[in-house]
Design a binder for this molecule. Sequence first.
Ligand SMILES: CCCCCCCCCCCCC[C@H](O)CC(=O)SCCNC(=O)CCNC(=O)[C@H](O)C(C)(C)COP(=O)(O)OP(=O)(O)OC[C@H]1O[C@@H](n2cnc3c(N)ncnc32)[C@H](O)[C@@H]1OP(=O)(O)O
Ligand code: NAD
Length: 306
Amino acid sequence: MATSSIANKMNSSLGRTIKTVTVIGGGLMGSGIAQVAAETNHQVIIVDQKQEFLDKSLNIIQTSLKRIIKKKFEQDQQGGEKYFNDVKNRIKTTTNINDAVQSTDIVIEAIIENLETKQKLFKQIDQVAPKHTILTSNTSSLPITEIAKDVQRQDKFGGLHFFNPVPVMKLLEVIRISGTSDETFQTLLNFGKALGKTTVSCKDTPGFIVNRLLVPYLLEAARMIERGDATPEDIDTAMKLGAGYPMGPIELLDYVGLDTSKYIVDGWKKLYPNEPSFQASELLNKIVGEGKFGRKTGAGFYNYKK
Ligand SMILES: CCCCCCCCCCCCC[C@H](O)CC(=O)SCCNC(=O)CCNC(=O)[C@H](O)C(C)(C)COP(=O)(O)OP(=O)(O)OC[C@H]1O[C@@H](n2cnc3c(N)ncnc32)[C@H](O)[C@@H]1OP(=O)(O)O
Ligand SMILES: NC(=O)c1ccc[n+]([C@@H]2O[C@H](COP(=O)([O-])OP(=O)(O)OC[C@H]3O[C@@H](n4cnc5c(N)ncnc54)[C@H](O)[C@@H]3O)[C@@H](O)[C@H]2O)c1
């Protein structure tokens, strides 16, 4: 296999070993990240704003774990039960951010896709976390440099962009900013490998690699519906059977979450007003305005209520 990425040119012995992980935001992504970290023997704390969100997060993790165990331990019920309990025992939850970062090796932020909210959160964490703690964001679309604007420890800041569903998707995009030290960058690459992911790296550019290509494609699929060119069903069928994608673009939007999709498009329109491929979608605004955020709320472009 070709090995041309910056990642492969680094010295893997330079990095530190991550043992304890704090995940901020226990939604779709935070739950998956916490699960994979715990499955790979890390001690994990999930932080969210309310206990009910944390309970929901643990439910997502348990459902996913059961799917994995069903396959992995098909002939070994006891082994499966042990795996389930061991992983569960490595995950704690709290609503208190300051407590959660007291002795952690890495913070992975997976909260709402809003620049000011992320900046505020990191400013707070930077003041309370130990000096050695690395701070990372799982943002889909916001510049890591901007998210880190008010953080003193620029050498210990980076982007870790996971993919949904995290337990299944093998990729991790690792982003360094101008201040990120070689040691931090290497630690993030090693951590990605320890999580069982294949890492790629990209400059701190809009959408990194995957979303820079994916978002214009998704937006164009939505415009095809707006223009009346084709139905959502036919667009999805076409891209699955004609291009070999596991999900069509409209199904994928519902899967990612239409609220998150709207935050991404609105954020990009604000940051890059002259970029034609990042313009807003009226259809997206309408559906989100109706409270339909996709699969997670039971309705989006499609209906998921039983
Ligand atoms: C109007 C619109 C305007 C547009 C605006 C633009 C918006 C921009 C939005 C950008 C969003 C970016 C988001 C983010 O930053 C980047 C991303 O994450 S992009 C998303 C990447 N993900 C994908 O592309 C997923 C594609 N889909 C798939 O790969 C598969 O469909 C699936 C999700 C894996 C599910 O597979 P299926 O075959 O459909 O379903 P199965 O149920 O059979 O599952 C297959 C296989 O996977 C296991 N599995 C699935 N989910 C989980 C889980 N959560 N946990 C554990 N295991 C899981 C399942 O058990 C099966 O295993 P197998 O039996 O096959 O071994
Ligand atoms: N959905 C995806 O497919 C996907 C994929 C990759 C990256 N991302 C990115 O991951 C992040 C989270 O996305 P998601 O889909 O998991 O969103 P989500 O809405 O499912 O979850 C966000 C969680 O963060 C919590 N939260 C919000 N503000 C908080 C705060 N200040 N402190 C603690 N918790 C807070 C919310 O209560 C919620 O539980 C976003 O930046 C998004 O762009 C999303």
